[in-house]
Design a protein around this ligand. Structure first.
Ligand SMILES: [Zn+2]
Ligand SMILES: [Zn+2]
Length: 141
């Protein structure tokens, strides 16, 4: 399955080929200020699953820290994906910009920073799961 996505103005188009490796809801302050939203849907793909099909030259990035390159469209300001390939080996393509993509998170991360507690029965990691370099500690909903 190939999922097509685009920025708000449609100048940048992209595709991801195949299923996401992981889907999580992130509550961290950085995602919140970047997305201007109380939570952020992290959808992780391998770098080779992502293809920019239009408007590559319009993409700029902001990196608050090394290895977390947040990409956006310079025309509309719409956010596209965060390139974590040099830290976690993955790219987080925002599932909210992918057409017909079903966002089915399996966990919440950075829940210690939440401003929107969500009681959905999924595990609530204080920071990150152990395999992402976190403590693996689980918090109450
Ligand atoms: Zn745009
Ligand atoms: Zn985050």
């Amino acid at each position: 399955m190939v999922y097509k996505g685009k920025c708000m103005c449609g100048s940048v188009n992209l595709e991801v080929d195949g299923d996401a490796m992981a889907m999580m809801v992130c509550h961290c302050k950085i995602c919140r200020s970047w997305s201007a939203s109380p939570v952020c849907g992290a959808t992780l793909f391998k770098p080779d699953q992502l293809k920019i099909t239009k408007g590559k030259e319009l993409i700029d990035q902001f990196s608050l820290s090394d290895g977390h390159d947040r990409k956006w469209c310079t025309k509309c300001g719409g956010h596209l994906f965060t390139d974590h390939r040099n830290t976690y080996g993955v790219i987080d393509v925002y599932s909210s910009i992918l057409e017909s993509f079903e966002f089915k998170p399996t966990a919440h991360i950075n829940y210690e920073s939440t401003i929107l507690p969500i009681k959905d029965g999924l595990p609530k990691f204080k920071d990150f799961p152990k395999d992402f370099g976190g403590s693996g500690e689980i918090l109450d909903e």
